[in-house]
Design a protein around this ligand. Structure first.
Ligand SMILES: Nc1ncnc2c1ncn2[C@@H]1O[C@H](COP(=O)(O)OP(=O)(O)OP(=O)(O)O)[C@@H](O)[C@H]1O
Ligand SMILES: [Mg+2]
Length: 319
């Protein structure tokens, strides 16, 4: 395994929640069972241990080696509640997998019941479920990386491969008013598209900031949403956000840093500092805001690619 792969596993362990590596349908032992019944349960369900659960709360745990020992001691008919291990280590479903790994090292764990905030059982992590899901995630992230490389390669050649006097690429994104669940999605798609076109990371970051602010303004301030139109050219990217109301009454005033008409509830969500347009102006090469009050608003932003423009790549290829 290369160093990078080890880093990937570590990253996964520290960023994956227990909930996503557990088995959710847990075989449980009922407190009314005898040792003999538990033995049959384990054989039938092919498991080597299970929690004893009463009212969805874990009151004990029994493993196959406990059962073997109890059989040797002739305790087949003992109630399981009398012989189970009552000190049960559990892990919270929101915890990171790293916590589970710590338990493996410390006490030779083979299964760890997963609990909700109220202590109720929601799943179980075993070495098996853990390894399976980590391998699956490794595979997914590997495939994603490979796909990303391929896309970057293909997309970045569009300006070289398509012959015209002037090629540009138009991307359009619809943004709905008050849709906070999806807010930010358009800007992250735009960022990713520019990355694939091999626009310089520094410029992608600046575009990301500007487009995020512009997208949030559509979400927060418009009556019926709007759209973001991105035009990628060889030498620059032109971005326009367009909406159909309510429009802006005093253009000079809204451009002043700190001015906002955002209502209280929006401010409670952390928006409405009145800094969006100022930020866009700061990070962009050109910004133009126009509006007809009562009709709609149009914001145009330009980022120049500078000396490392996509056009130069084309020119050097031609040469
Ligand atoms: N598309 C739009 N339609 C109508 N009004 C807008 C639009 N975009 C901006 N505005 C007006 O411009 C003001 C300033 O916008 P700006 O993005 O700078 O700050 P904000 O959105 O109020 O707060 P922040 O961006 O810091 O969360 C807004 O409060 C709003 O009145
Ligand atoms: Mg704003």
């Amino acid at each position: 395994m290369s160093n990078q792969e080890i880093t990937k596993v570590q990253e996964l362990i520290y960023t994956t929640r227990v909930e996503s590596v557990m088995a959710a349908n847990v075989v449980v032992i009922d407190p009314s069972m005898t040792v003999s019944q538990v033995k049959d349960l384990m054989r039938d369900r092919r498991i080597s241990g299970a929690p004893v659960v009463s009212d969805n709360q874990i009151i004990g745990i029994v493993t196959i080696s406990d059962v073997i020992r109890l059989m040797e001691e002739g305790k087949l008919n003992s109630p399981i509640t009398e012989v189970m291990t009552t000190e049960v280590r559990t892990v919270l479903k929101d915890a990171m997998v790293s916590e589970v790994i710590n338990n493996v090292g410390r006490q030779g764990f083979s299964r760890l019941p997963v609990v909700d905030h109220d202590g109720s059982l929601v799943g179980i992590v075993t070495t098996g479920t853990l390894i399976r899901s980590l391998l699956l995630q490794m595979d997914k992230s590997f495939q994603k990386n490979e796909a990303e490389k391929l896309y970057t390669y293909r997309a970045s050649h569009i300006f070289q491969d398509i012959s015209s006097d002037d090629t540009s690429l138009m991307l359009r994104y619809v943004v709905n008013e008050r849709d906070f669940d999806n807010a930010g999605k358009a800007s992250s798609m735009i960022k990713r598209s520019l990355q694939r076109l091999v626009v310089r990371p520094q410029i992608v970051r600046r575009v990301g900031v500007a487009v995020y602010e512009a997208e949030m303004n559509l979400v927060i301030h418009t009556d019926i949403g709007g759209e973001i139109i991105v035009e990628v050219r060889k030498d620059r990217v032109n971005i326009a956000t367009v909406d159909h109301g309510p429009g802006i009454e005093d253009l000079k005033r809204v451009l002043q840093p700190g001015f906002s008409t955002a209502p209280e509830w929006i401010r409670d969500m952390g928006f409405g500092a009145g800094m969006g347009l100022a930020n866009i102006k700061r990070v962009s090469d050109v910004m133009k805001l126009t509006s007809a009050y009562g009709q709609g608003t149009r914001l145009e932003i330009v980022f120049n690619f500078g000396p490392e423009s996509l056009a130069l790549k084309t020119d050097s290829q031609k040469a």
